[in-house]
Design a binder for this molecule. Sequence first.
Ligand code: SAH
Length: 464
Amino acid sequence: MAKPKFPVPVQKNEYYEIDITGLGHEGEGVGKVEGFTVFVPRAVPGERVKAKITKLQKTYAFGRLIDTITTSPDRAEPPCPIYHRCGGCQMQHLSYEAQLRHKRQTVVDALTRIGKLEGVTVHETLGMDEPWSYRNKAQVPLGEIDGRLAVGFYAPRTHEIIEMQGCPIQHPYNDEIVHATKEILQELGIKHYDEQTHTGLVRHIIGRVGFHTGETMVVLVTNGRKLPHVDALVSKLRERIPHLVSIIQNVNTQQTNVIFGRETITLWGSDSITDTIGEIKFDISARSFFQVNPVQTEVLYGKTLEYAQLTGAETVIDAYCGIGTISLFLAQKAKAVYGVEVVPEAIEDAKKNAALNGLENAHFEVGGAEVVIPRWHSEGIKPDVIVVDPPRKGCEEELLQAIVEMKPERVVYVSCNPSTLARDLRYLEDNGFRTVEVQPVDMFPHTFHVECVTMLVRKDQSEM
Ligand code: SAH
């Protein structure tokens, strides 16, 4: 390892007192020792803490929080008993109001540092009135603790199961599904899968809930097709989980971290559950992607629709459309919507959902947005509004180039990563668009994830 240019002022396993001045990307406290950056998970800005250095790199270190010397009023008691061991949430030790403030600040920092954007309005984060029990999907691995079957989550960066009795961010139906299913598997002596030896049967229990319909589904992911005592299993599940409408088996025999395998079998009931977002109805099968926080999804898409400013006469493109959720939301108010998405199954769902809602003005195509949209341009499709909702890595430059060439009046950028958002806004600013405003929406309370919607207009359309 190359020697650092300056002597590093901290040493591994030593203790230091540190003033915490900010939060890092994953919600960890950040402070400095003689100018050297130290990340201290679970420490809160404004606090002076004692930390033990656990990991030392050339330009920064990680420390374990040993003691808080002064405590911030933003600190909160995490309601979850396994919060400090489970990898799922990172911010339960902050009051919800402080989480929302921090998420907005993350966006402001990215826009100024990465996007070099000045004077953009970033609104207060739209949070939830009741930021608990918000998830509609639970995917829980099984393991063994002291010879008993256990369900839980993996500890951060490991596959060690941390046993869970209930998860406060899950819909209560999901907790019920997971625990009842575990008990039944235990009663019937159906073995859990052991990833070390690649033996045993049940890998994951998945619960899904339609928030508006109350319909639920349980999926058992199994290492093999043969499921012993299947009739008893089905009748016990039906008896103990009253709202169940669908019992599914998915077969995954690969040695992999990917949860689902190729084959899906309906053991009882319907192949899917339904739920609604606003007025739009969705059919959700075991493997369908669906936003996990349906309450905030409505807020996010509401903002997207507001920023699109549709009158009914517009042609809209929805890039990275997934199962067409945003497309269908916009199709209610537009002349035509064109959605593009790279996963073929998602486009099949999008077409099914369009038909389910009688929205004939929504068209969907499989492919890379950066390939299909330039082709639409050459075929003469002229969008008034382009909506993009890319994955964390942001938009491909070819797509941004196509947007610039197509000259829509407005672009609405839905983003789950403020850094790539800021990078892409810079590109659009340099090529004829102006960023008007940004609305952060809290889709994942108590985690570090930040989602936001941004409105851009063409500079030659606005005051210039
Ligand atoms: N707008 C949807 C999904 C957004 S998630 C919703 O709100 O539900 C981002 C989506 O982009 C994923 O479905 C992913 O499969 C898709 N994707 C990733 N790379 C892509 C590309 N190059 N072109 C089109 N879609 C892509």
